[in-house]
Write a protein that binds this ligand. Sequence first.
Ligand SMILES: Cc1ncc(COP(=O)(O)O)c(C=O)c1O
Length: 466
Amino acid sequence: MALTFDGLMGDADGALAQALAAGQDYLRRTPQGELLPLVGEIVDTIPAAAWPDKRWFQKSYGRIATDAPEELLAGHGMFYLTEQRQLFLDCTGGHYQMTWGYEHPELTALLLDGIERGIVWDNHSNIPSAPVKRLAGKLIEVMNPGADADALVADGDRLNTVLTGCATGTVACAAAMKIQLLHYAREKSGEGTPVFITLDGNYHGTDLFAQRLRGMWPEYFTGVEFVMVQPNDPDELSAVFAQYGERVAAFWAEPIMMNREAIMVDPEYLHLARRLCDETGALMTLDEIQTGFWFPEVVYAKRLGLTPDFIVLGKGMTAGLHPLSALIYRGKYDLLEQYDAISTNGNAALAAYVALGCIGLIEREAERIEAVGAYYHAAMAALPVEFPELLVEARGAAHMSALKFRDRGDALGFHKAAVARGLWLRAHAYHEGHSTILTKFALPMDEAMGDFTVGAIGELLEARAW
Ligand SMILES: Cc1ncc(COP(=O)(O)O)c(C=O)c1O
C-alpha cells in the first residue's frame, strides 16, 4: 500500500490536508502589504481542522491534551498561521535558524534541484560528497578571502580547518572544548588545573560540559575550573587572566549574547580578550551559532576584524533545512580523532548544498542586508527615547534588535501582549534582573516590515494593556 499524507497523518476525512493547503495557499498568494495589517487576526476563510495535540510531549515542551492546538499550521516568508488560523509575523526567524524565513523560493528551488540531481540526504562521514567538501572550502574562503589555497592549507596558524561532521551547535561547541582540553594536556599540563573563562549568561550548548560552563552540575566535575566574568568589564577580565595566567585553557564569548538579553559585547573587549589569550597561551573561541549567517560578512568575526582560534557556526547555516554546524579553527589545533566529536548524521550533503545557497544569498544581498539592518535597529533605538519610563535601551544589532525594559513584569506583560497581537518574539525575563524582549528577523525583512513591527511595538507600549 502506498504511503499517503492521509494515512500517515490519520487524516481520514482529508480535513488536515485541506486546511494545510488552504493555509499555505493563502500565505503564498497574499502580498506582504496585505498581510501586515492582518497580523494577529484569525483568517477564517481557512477551514478549521482537528490537529494532533502535545499530549505525548514532555512537560517542558508544553505537554497538553486540548481540542484547540495553536502550534504552527503553515509558514511562508516571515508569516505563519497557527492551527487556530491566527496570522503571525515571525520576528525571530523560526527560532533563530530560518535565515531566509519559511519556504524561501530560491532555497526551495535549490533543495528540489539538489534532490533531482541526486545529491544524497546524508551518508557516512568517511565518504563526504561534493557539497560537504565544497561547503568546507567556502567557509575557509569566507575567513581567508583571496588567500592562495596551497599556502593556506599548509599554514597551521591560519583558520584553515573545518569540522563539518556535526549536526547541532552543541556538538561543534563540544568539539572545541575537547580540543582545548587536549591542547592543555599536551602543552600546559605542568601549569596545574586548566581554567575555562566564559561570560556570565553564556550558552554554548546543552551537553554536560557546556552546561557546566554556565554553572550547572558543579558536583560532577573535577580537574578543571570554570570562571565566569561579566561581559564588557575589561578590568575584571584583565584581573582574571592575571590571576590564572598560563592556567587559562580557553576563553569563550558570543559577540551578541542572544542568550542573555542581547547584550552587545564591545569589540574592544573582545580584542582585549584576544591579546590576553595570546599572552597566556589560551585559546579563544567565538561562538557564532547566533551571529553567523545573519550579517553581510557571513561570519561576525570579520565585522569585528578579529581572528579567534575557533569559530563555532550552526543554526542559520542551512537556513533551517537540517541542523548542521561547523567548527572553523587553526590547523595546528587539529587534535581530535575521527570519532571524538561528530554527530553520526552530520554529513548532510543536501543540507550542505542549501548552506552554500544560504551563503550565496547573503553575499549577493549584502548591501541590502546592511541597509535594512541599520534602518530597523535605528527605529528600535528610537523607542526608548519615546518611552523612557518603560524602556532602558535598545540592545543587539541590525536584524537582531532587542528592547531592555526597566521592569521585569512589564517585559513579561509586553511579551504576552505582543504574542496576542500576532508578533512572535522572545522574552528574556525569567531570571532575576532580566527584562528584555528580543527579535531576530529573517534576512528578507524590508523597511516596510521594520516600520510595521516598530509601529506595532510602539502602539503596545502606548496602550500598556497588560
Ligand atoms: C550561542 C549558542 N551556542 C550554542 C548553541 C547550541 O546549539 P544547538 O541547539 O544547535 O545544539 C546555541 C543554541 O541556541 C546557541 O545559541
